[in-house]
Design a protein around this ligand. Structure first.
Ligand code: SF4
Ligand code: SF4
Length: 334
C-alpha cells in the first residue's frame, strides 16, 4: 500500500536553488540554462559565501541545492558545501550529471551532503544518450554507484518529454538495482534550449496522466520515495502560486534571483544581488504576474507554454494547470 499526497506550499520552509556557475561539460538537448539571461561566470568562493549570508537568518529552515551548469566543475564546491552546512542549513543537495569532477566524493562526506541528485533521462544508453550525449548513461550510472557505495544519500531526476515518456515505464528495476533513495520525475519546460526549437517536446495531459502516476506507484512499491509535479489540477482542486505561498529562490551567477522558474528566460526577476546584498527590484517583475487570477491556473504557463492548455466548446478551460512547483509525493506505507 502506498501513501500519495500533494506537498502543500509553505513559507515555513525556504528552498534555495543556487546556480554557482552555468558552465557544463554536456550539451543536453533540453538544457534550461540560458547564459544570455543567467550569465556565464563562475562565482568565487568569497562571493558565494556573501550571497549565502543573505539567507543566514533562514538557514535552519532552508534546503539548499547547488546546481550549474555542472556544479562539480567548480573547484571549490567542497568548501562551499561546508560553508552551507556550517551555517546550519536544514539540508544540502548537489545536483550532478554524474561526472563528479574534482573527485568531489573524496572531498566531502555523507554527513556534509544530504543528497547527491543525479540526472538521467532513460533506462538505457539508447534513450538517455540521444538526449544527454554519447557515453553519458554509463558515466552517470558509475557515478551513482560510487556515491551509493560511499554511503551518500542519492536521488535520481528523470525529465519527461515526448522523447522518453515511453521508456519511463522501464525505470523501476534500474532504480531498485542502483539503490537510490528518492526518484524525482520532472516535466520538460519550454525554457532555455527547449524554447528555441519547433520541436514540441511537451507531453499531453492525457499521456502524462496515463503514465506518470502509475510508474510512480510501481517505483514506490520498491521502497523508493517518488516526487513528481502535479501539472494538472482536478476541477475541485484549489490553484495556488508558489510565488505567493512559498519561499523559493532561484539564484544565477549574474546576480538575478527569481521566485518562479518559469520566468527564468526573461529579465523580470523579482530580486537581484547588488553589491552582495539581496534587493527587491522595481516593477514590472514576475511578482506582478503572480497575482493575476485566471481560470487556466498558472499565468506564466498561459504566457509562455500555452500549448499545454485545452478548452471546452464554451471556451472554458478543460483543466487548470498547476504551479510548476506543486508536487505529488508517493511513498510506501511503513
Ligand atoms: S547536464 Fe544540466 S546543465 Fe549540463 S547541459 Fe545537461 S541539462 Fe544543461
Ligand atoms: S509556475 Fe505559475 S503558479 Fe508557479 S510560481 Fe510561477 S507563475 Fe506562479
Amino acid at each position: 500500500m502506498n501513501i500519495r499526497e500533494t506537498v502543500s506550499f509553505s513559507k515555513d520552509a525556504c528552498n534555495i536553488f543556487f546556480h554557482i556557475l552555468t558552465r557544463c561539460n554536456l550539451h543536453c538537448r533540453h538544457c534550461y540554462i540560458n547564459p544570455q539571461q543567467h550569465g556565464s561566470q563562475t562565482l568565487s568562493p568569497a562571493q558565494i559565501e556573501k550571497w549565502l549570508d543573505a539567507f543566514s537568518a533562514k538557514a535552519p529552515r532552508s534546503n539548499i541545492i547547488f546546481l550549474g551548469g555542472e556544479p562539480t566543475l567548480h573547484p571549490d564546491l567542497a568548501a562551499v558545501i561546508r560553508r552551507a552546512k556550517k551555517m546550519g542549513m536544514r539540508s544540502v543537495t548537489v545536483d550532478s550529471n554524474g561526472y563528479l569532477f574534482h573527485d568531489i566524493l573524496e572531498k566531502v562526506g555523507p554527513e556534509e551532503v544530504d543528497f547527491f541528485s543525479f540526472s538521467l533521462d532513460g533506462p538505457d544508453p539508447a534513450t538517455n544518450d540521444q538526449i544527454r550525449g554519447k557515453g553519458v548513461f554509463d558515466t552517470c550510472l558509475s557515478g551513482i554507484r560510487k556515491a551509493v557505495a560511499k554511503g551518500f544519500g542519492t536521488s535520481l531526476i528523470y525529465t519527461v518529454s515526448k522523447s522518453n515518456i515511453r521508456e519511463l515505464e522501464r525505470m523501476p528495476p534500474l532504480l531498485a538495482d542502483l539503490g537510490i533513495e528518492r526518484f524525482f520525475i520532472q516535466v520538460i519546460g519550454i525554457r532555455g534550449k527547449s524554447a528555441g526549437t519547433d520541436d514540441t517536446l511537451q507531453v499531453s495531459h492525457d499521456r502524462w496522466q496515463a503514465v506518470v502516476p502509475e510508474v510512480a506507484d510501481r517505483v514506490a512499491d520498491t521502497g523508493i520515495t517518488v516526487t513528481y509535479p502535479k501539472v494538472f489540477l482536478e476541477a475541485h482542486e484549489v490553484f495556488e502560486c508558489a510565488g505567493l505561498c512559498a519561499d523559493n529562490y532561484f539564484i544565477f551567477p549574474n546576480g538575478r534571483v527569481y521566485r518562479c522558474p518559469l520566468c527564468e528566460d526573461f529579465p523580470i526577476h523579482a530580486l537581484n544581488f547588488e553589491e552582495n546584498l539581496l534587493r527587491e527590484r522595481p516593477p514590472l517583475t514576475e511578482k506582478n504576474f503572480f497575482h493575476l487570477n485566471i481560470p487556466e491556473g498558472c499565468v506564466m504557463n498561459k504566457l509562455i507554454q500555452p500549448g499545454n492548455l485545452s478548452y471546452l466548446q464554451d471556451g472554458s478551460p478543460a483543466y487548470k494547470v498547476a504551479c510548476c512547483m506543486l508536487k505529488e509525493e508517493v511513498r510506501k506505507e511503513r
